[in-house]
Design a protein. Structure first.
Length: 380
């Protein structure tokens, strides 16, 4: 079926209201963000015809600018998901029978299921209209393929002719309405480097565990200088998590286990702005497709720590409430490991072994020396 005819059939099957449309896109710039990789024509026609929404209460199509990202950057947030997949593959978790974009012929995401399952193109041909649709369960252990394009796949999902394994737990049949439009929300003006909608993959949101962390550290050896957080947050455009501010107010900067903890307006060697500049300079030569966005980019990781072997530790700045920001470790080669459930204080408790490290992979040997902290004035 040619894609114009498929789009018309999908509009009818999904009962899309006539007054609904998806808008226009600068495809040249969007495809440039993928290294000038041409996207399939049926996909481009689909997102221009359909607004943001969900097909058969099961599949959301990835749109340029998804999750409040840059509308000229196709991957945006999903760049992190591909990095996660590479980390899983490196650790021996899951099954990955295909390369992962931007690797040659790699998997490129175009859709997402209700539990975060991903739907991909297998970009193994110069003719993008011939790309195969593949998908996996949420743990990347079972893979399936469909020998047609995105439009044909969604049409068969809406008609009940295809029931993807990745969505079987959420729906056994298409809904009465084949397509549900997501209602738009009022967009708030946010500080630089903060993405509006948090997206959590773990079982709970980050929590302030500073009291337990402070109890483990005991009385501070040196009283740190007081900080005016309101002024600092205004100057940097960053709202800081409460447990982090409590830590800096009580203990100051220094070396926790082997993590050098930085703060704004701190002496050289512990200054957060210096850390972010250094991290940005290292990342400057990398293509955007293989690195995470860094502050002050629109959707960013904000660095607050650095290990002795060159990993940076960051907040994953998702949402307007910094107390719900998770943590991400970035390897020297800029491969990330995300801890969406961990606040600043919870991460340090796990990292130090004060709380159980069972089931937590730091992608490197865990710290085994107990809870230690050397104040910045003594650490140098």
């Amino acid at each position: 079926m040619t894609f114009p005819g498929c789009i018309d059939r999908l509009v009818s099957a999904a009962e899309l209201p006539e007054d609904q449309s998806g808008g226009s896109f600068d495809w040249a710039l969007i495809e440039r963000s993928l290294g000038n990789l041409a996207l399939p024509r049926d996909y481009k026609a689909l997102v221009e015809r359909f607004p943001d929404g969900k097909f058969a209460e099961a599949i959301t199509v990835v749109r340029p600018g998804a999750k409040k990202g840059d509308p000229e950057d196709f991957l945006g947030y999903y760049r992190h998901r591909l990095n996660d997949m590479r980390a899983w593959r490196a650790d021996g978790d899951g099954v990955f029978p295909y390369p992962i974009f931007p690797e040659p012929n790699g998997l490129l995401p175009w859709g997402e299921g209700p539990r975060g399952e991903l739907f991909f193109w297998l970009t193994d041909s110069a003719d993008s209209d011939s790309w195969t649709v593949v998908w996996a369960d949420v743990d990347f252990t079972e893979w399936h393929s469909f020998s047609g394009g995105v439009c044909q796949f969604l049409l068969e999902v809406v008609l009940g002719e295809v029931a993807p394994l990745a969505t079987a737990e959420a729906t056994t049949a298409p809904s009465a309405k084949g397509f549900r439009v997501f209602r738009s929300k009022v967009r708030q003006e946010l500080p630089r480097g903060v993405v509006q909608d948090a997206y959590r993959w773990g079982s709970r949101m980050p929590s302030n565990e500073f009291p337990e962390l402070a109890n483990a550290l005991g009385s501070p050896a040196v009283k740190p200088e007081a900080r005016n957080w309101e002024d600092l947050e205004r100057q940097l455009g960053i709202p800081f998590p409460g447990d982090y501010k409590s830590f800096i107010d009580k203990f100051g900067v220094g070396i926790f286990c082997d993590v050098r903890i930085y703060a704004p307006a701190a002496p050289s060697g512990f200054d957060m702005v210096e850390l972010m500049r250094r991290q940005g300079a290292r990342a400057a030569g990398l293509p955007s497709a293989v690195r995470s966005a860094l502050y002050p980019e629109p959707v960013a990781l904000i660095a607050w720590g650095e290990t002795a072997d060159g990993w940076t530790i960051n907040w994953k700045a998702g949402g307007t409430d910094p107390n719900q920001w998770g943590v991400a470790m970035i390897a020297p080669n800029f491969q990330p490991v995300f801890f969406d459930d961990f606040s600043f204080s919870a991460f340090l408790l796990k990292y130090s072994g004060q709380q159980s490290q069972l089931g937590v992979s730091f992608a490197r040997s865990p710290w085994t020396g107990g809870v230690t902290f050397v104040p910045g004035v003594a650490a140098g």
